[in-house]
Design a protein around this ligand. Structure first.
Ligand code: PLP
Length: 395
């Protein structure tokens, strides 16, 4: 006997990983230069040099036993203080080090927060399509139900009529991911204020708060000076899950944090439940070396010039060919209407040309496909004739 739910999660491979691995196999057959892989969101710009300098200096000059030793479970004091100070300076908040719980990236942060909030099998977690597919296993494996709000097809902000219908007395939390994977859209202040008003009204009606889980691995990835509002300053019952995976191009180092604001309802109990949930998932502490490195790099911002160039090139060229998409202001994704209306069929057809794009079905949006533009500009240029051939096949 074994756990069937866990078996299912392990046996069904993520479609994105399958495409990526298919690309590696095809490259061995047709040559790497003939495969156009837009499947995986792995950063393609190097970490700022300050990150490696900090790591080298820490390894060479700090106490080895401490550098490689366990830290306290929520993170060592230095990193909690550095992040609290940085958030306060940027957003005018009053974050204290003890409101932060460091995690091995956003994914374990999300899992801990969901585990902490899912009270029983009636608990519902709301996700707004298009959404990161892992929200489903993260919620369901912790005993909750994922309720999906259909997308706002016009501009990928929030479909408020559908959201209001999706809320119920069992709603424990809503996950908000802005800048968004897969659409690249950044929720405006107006959208977030409207959302805060709705959640406050509905929470009042139900007699318990609806927490907003802000999934923020892309917070620093925005173009053209677009504002990414810090949601706890708009809605007090916000719990932030942050990560340096994308902002400092450190996805393999596994570092991020959960922030539970002090004025959120039941703040200390929620923080304690997050710590308990992390403990139950085997969390001991995030790697000590990388905690110390990010403590020194909290002010470093990524140089987004290469992503921006890719974004502009793809948006302009694909729009010229007749593809339709929301203009992405953040992250490193484009979410494009699939010619023919069926993204699975389109992705399969693209595969025949060794062009790898991810169908939107698992993001809750079957009519669109996703491309990641964290790839080389040269590959994008070489792929453009393939995109053009494909759209002509549908005309
Ligand atoms: N949330 C979203 C929306 C993501 O796109 C990702 C990774 O791609 C994650 C969470 C997980 O990030 P991390 O590497 O910090 O666990």
């Amino acid at each position: 006997m074994y756990n069937q739910k866990m078996y299912g999660l392990g046996a069904v491979r993520s479609g994105i990983r399958e495409l990526f691995e298919y690309g590696l196999r095809q490259a061995a057959i047709v040559g790497k230069e003939n495969v156009f892989d837009f499947s995986l969101g792995n950063p393609s710009i190097p970490s700022p040099p300050q990150v490696n300098e900090a790591i080298a200096d820490i390894v060479m000059n700090e106490d080895t036993l401490q550098v490689h030793g366990y830290t306290s479970a929520p993170g060592y004091d230095g990193v909690r203080k550095a992040v609290a100070d940085n958030l306060n300076a940027r957003f005018g908040t009053k974050v204290k080090p003890q409101n932060l719980f460091f995690t091995c990236g956003a994914a374990p942060g999300l899992i801990s927060v969901l585990k902490a909030l899912i009270a029983d099998s009636d608990s519902e977690i709301v996700a707004i399509a298009p959404f990161f597919p892992e929200y489903r296993p993260f919620t369901e494996a912790n005993g909750g139900k994922l309720v999906v709000v259909p997308p706002d097809m016009e501009n990928f902000q929030i479909n408020f009529a559908a959201l209001e219908e999706a809320l119920s007395p069992n709603t424990q939390a809503i996950i908000v991911n802005s800048p968004n994977n897969p659409s690249g859209v950044v929720y405006t202040r107006e959208t977030l204020e409207k959302l805060a008003a709705l959640l406050t009204r509905k929470g009042g009606e139900y007699g318990h708060p609806i927490y907003l889980i802000a999934d923020e691995p892309y917070r620093e990835l925005v173009y053209g000076g677009v504002e990414v509002p810090f949601i706890p300053t708009i809605y007090k019952n916000t719990i932030v899950c942050y990560s340096w995976s994308k902002s400092l191009s450190l996805p393999g180092e596994r570092i991020g944090y959960v922030y539970v604001p002090e004025d959120a309802e039941d703040s200390s109990a929620i923080y304690c439940a997050v710590a308990g949930a992390a403990r139950a998932s085997g969390h001991v502490c995030p790697p000590s070396l990388i905690q110390r490195a990010v403590a020194r790099c909290v002010e470093q911002m990524p140089d987004l010039a290469a992503y921006d160039e890719n974004r502009t090139l793809l948006y302009n060229e694909l729009s010229r060919m007749g593809y339709t998409m929301a203009k992405p202001d953040g992250a490193f994704y484009l979410f494009i209407q699939a010619p023919g209306g069926d993204s699975d069929a389109f992705s399969n057809k693209a595969k025949e040309h060794n062009l790898l794009v991810v169908p939107g079905t698992s993001f809750g949006c079957k009519e669109y496909f996703r491309i990641c533009y964290c790839v080389s500009n040269d590959m994008i240029r070489r792929s453009l004739p393939v995109f053009e051939t494909l759209i002509h096949e549908y005309k």
